[in-house]
Ligand binder design. Structure first.
Ligand code: NOJ
Ligand code: NOJ
Length: 713
């Protein structure tokens, strides 16, 4: 009996230590994660009891021949495989939207039944889909998955789609439920819960993107206080169930200004990491500027679609050389303030899998190694490690969503992901460092990641048959001999570095064999405090902030926002949690001082005036504009741009669906009396202010707001 008691107490101490270790890892620092994207329905059927639930019967295909029906994968199936995922080096899973989805079958153009097996037609954002959890739509299986994932050091990212409910012209006609109670639907929308403008036809039109429907999906009106409150409460419920982050679906289509308040509401409640889907082909997209302005200010990072295109072009073909990737990396580095938070990927559920576009495992390994070592947070689509692909119809949706073929742990891809995931944790240059090109031709890319004295140098030769002589290569790696971090897994070799000057140490010439990836790295010993990450990147007084990096020391020092010292909530050598101080709104330089009074580098943080409320601003009869001129909003707080008159600093551009009236939904500080004006920024950059006194408005303390004024001549 005694023995049993002491065994139990040892066990409980052990459990306590492990759980607190994991709970200590904050979601607000996601840069060290390796994300794995799972289509829940296509991973593993863990429970057969939920395959054909009565409230939505007939949507399951046991034969797995209709690719648009449910095939049985569920949350219990993912839970069974968390140790497989941990072994793969995965530290975060992104799962399909788990909310209760459309219950009916909608026939496709050929009369075949289709179902919302992918999760993007939510009907009740406060309940769990019966095909994924249990037939009573409870949270049990969801909670069990989160617990199992956390016990294995894996964070959980929920795909959340605030843009729409279900299809507006069939099925359930957008019907929305609040934990089982009917709220409204699209066809009899007496409360204006939806936008009724038809489908988006011009995907470069800002107004259409936000206010028209995406592929017949009932477009939610987030400016309606009920919908705003509903979506914020629903996402908070996921936070209460232990979710670490959210992949926000279609951020380009939900109301952009509202999304700032959505993000702020999540951060006000707790620690999280947010990244959105802003689809675009490349950095020449007409709305590329809008995309980085959104990422820099909203608190929502983005999936890196421009880099995705370049990765597919360069590794997927022989024609496109590495300058395409290098060009995107440098362009994005000048535009994205938080580029290390961009989520990078080779493929996903909306495009053909890599092996469909190029059925060459070497190229897949090279693309994986690139994604796992270049800047940004890597995300790997389920099955990549098993070389999964189905090439029917060019392998696009739904053929890019086959059932997971097996869970073997011996493939090269499986080992490669695991090794590089370890490097991401051990060497801060990978999650936090700069990225610079050191040697390039169309087949070879040698790039360096550097964070203070820590360095990772990566060499890729994508040519399938030719080796290249690498001469004149310099590196910041200190003099010495470096073996391949991957131990030759994909053909890597050793190099010798001698001493040079100015951070350029010469590497002895070597031959880089065909289809090779080599990784050489050096992790600096202890030095001054080095800050690599802050999350969230903005918040009002009271919002908890996670600062990550190294050499903070084990006893607490201090964190300053400008000259103001913040309250420390927890302190470890690599991670500090502090509280946003009550200071004047604005952009602050944040520094860490260790207990020996050594001060870190600076990282930026924006202190907001108050929690954010979405307000729709309309200015009637604005000053005349020519093509390329836009009306913007500017005002007296950081949220309103502090009277900035630049494209990036002011709020906008506003939208003129009823020209010459312009409107914009913007998130502004609750309860504050704000001063503001409208300006025209002409195509040539010239700024015209409206005349008269500033407008004044007191922002509501909850819900949403509307303000309508005339342009002052
Ligand atoms: C983007 C998702 O990734 C896609 O699969 C989905 O159909 C649309 N958004 C609509 O939710
Ligand atoms: C300068 C503008 O010219 C003026 O119109 C505006 O009211 C102030 N900025 C803000 O106080």
């Amino acid at each position: 009996m005694r023995r049993l008691i002491s065994y139990l107490s040892v066990l409980s101490i052990f459990l306590f230590i492990t759980l607190s270790l994991f709970s200590n890892a904050r979601a607000a620092d996601f840069k060290r994660e390796v994300i794995y994207q799972i289509m829940t329905d296509r991973f593993l059927d863990g429970s057969t009891a939920n395959n054909n639930p009565s409230q939505s019967s007939g949507l399951y295909d046991a034969t797995k021949t209709n690719w648009r029906l449910y095939w049985g994968g569920d949350l219990a199936g993912i839970q069974q495989k968390v140790s497989y995922l941990a072994g793969l080096g995965v530290t975060a899973i992104w799962i399909s939207p788990p909310v209760d989805n459309l219950n009916t079958n909608i026939p496709d153009g050929q009369g075949n039944p289709t179902a919302s097996y992918h999760g993007y037609q939510g009907r009740d954002f406060k309940r769990v889909e019966e095909h994924f959890g249990d037939t009573s739509n409870t949270w049990t299986d969801f909670d069990n998955l989160v617990t199992a994932a956390h016990q294995n050091g894996i964070k959980v990212v929920v795909d959340f789609a605030p843009n729409h409910s279900t299809q507006d012209n069939g099925g359930e006609y957008g019907a929305l439920y609040d934990n089982g109670s009917f709220l409204g639907n699209y066809t009899n929308d007496t409360n204006s819960y939806y936008h009724h403008n038809g489908n988006i036809s011009d995907f470069n039109d800002r107004y259409q993107l936000q206010y028209y429907a995406l592929f017949d999906l009932a477009d939610l009106n987030q400016e309606n206080a009920t919908i705003d409150g509903y979506l914020k409460a629903a996402v908070q419920q996921f936070q209460q169930h232990g979710v670490d982050g959210f992949r926000i679906d279609a951020v380009k289509h939900a109301t952009w200004g509202w999304e700032y308040s959505f993000a702020n509401s999540i951060y006000t409640y707790g620690d999280s990491f947010l990244f959105g889907e802003w689809y675009q082909g490349n950095t020449s997209d007409p709305l590329y500027h809008d995309s980085y302005k959104f990422a820099n200010k909203s608190g929502i990072s983005l999936l890196d679609f421009p880099l995705n295109t370049a990765i597919r072009d360069v590794f997927g073909s022989t024609n496109n050389g590495f300058s395409e990737i290098d060009g995107v990396i440098s362009q994005e580095a000048t535009n994205f303030t938080w580029k290390e938070d961009l989520v990078t990927f080779i493929d996903n559920h909306d495009m053909a899998r890599f092996l469909t576009i190029n059925n060459n495992n070497n190229r897949l390994h090279e693309a994986l190694a690139f994604t796992l070592t270049s800047r940004g947070i890597p995300c790997i689509y389920y099955g990549t490690e098993q070389y999964l692909h189905n090439d029917t119809n060019g392998g696009t949706d739904p053929y890019n969503r086959p059932m997971m073929p097996g869970f073997g742990t011996t493939t090269t891809a499986y080992k490669l992901i695991g090794n590089l995931s370890s490097l991401r944790h051990s060497n801060p240059a990978v999650p936090y460092g700069s990225m610079g090109q050191r040697w390039i031709n169309s087949d070879v890319y040698i790039y360096e990641r550097k964070f203070f004295g820590s360095v990772a140098l990566v060499a890729i030769n994508k040519n399938d048959s030719s080796s290249y002589l690498i001469s004149g290569l310099n590196t910041a790696l200190p003099a010495g001999t470096y073996s391949d971090y991957l131990n030759g897994l994909v053909g890597g070799l050793s190099i010798t570095v001698s001493s040079g000057s100015g951070g350029n140490n010469p590497v002895t010439n070597f031959s880089l064999p065909a289809h090779t990836v080599s990784v050489w790295q050096f992790t600096e010993g202890s030095a001054l405090p080095e800050v690599g990450s802050i999350g969230p990147t903005s918040g009002q007084a009271g919002v908890k902030v996670t600062i990550a990096g190294r050499n903070f020391g084990s006893s607490a020092g201090s964190v300053k926002f400008g000259t103001t010292t913040a309250t420390i909530n927890s302190w470890t050598p690599t991670q500090i949690v502090c509280t946003t101080p009550s200071v004047t709104n604005g952009v602050y330089n944040v520094t860490v001082t260790n207990s020996s009074s050594q001060v870190s580098n600076v990282i930026q943080y924006t202190v907001l005036t108050a929690k954010l409320i979405p307000v729709t601003f309309t200015v009637y009869n604005a000053t005349p504009t020519q093509t390329g001129d836009y009306i913007f909003l500017t005002g007296n707080t950081i949220e309103l741009g502090n009277w900035s008159t630049t494209w990036d600093g002011a709020v906008g551009p506003m939208l003129p669906p009823n020209y010459p009236n312009w409107f914009l939904n913007a998130s502004v500080p609750a309860g504050q009396t704000i001063q503001f004006k409208f300006i025209k920024i002409a195509a040539n950059g010239a700024v015209t202010w409206e005349a008269g006194n500033n407008h004044q408005y007191t922002v509501p303390t909850s819900g949403t707001g509307y303000v309508n004024v005339n342009w002052q001549y």
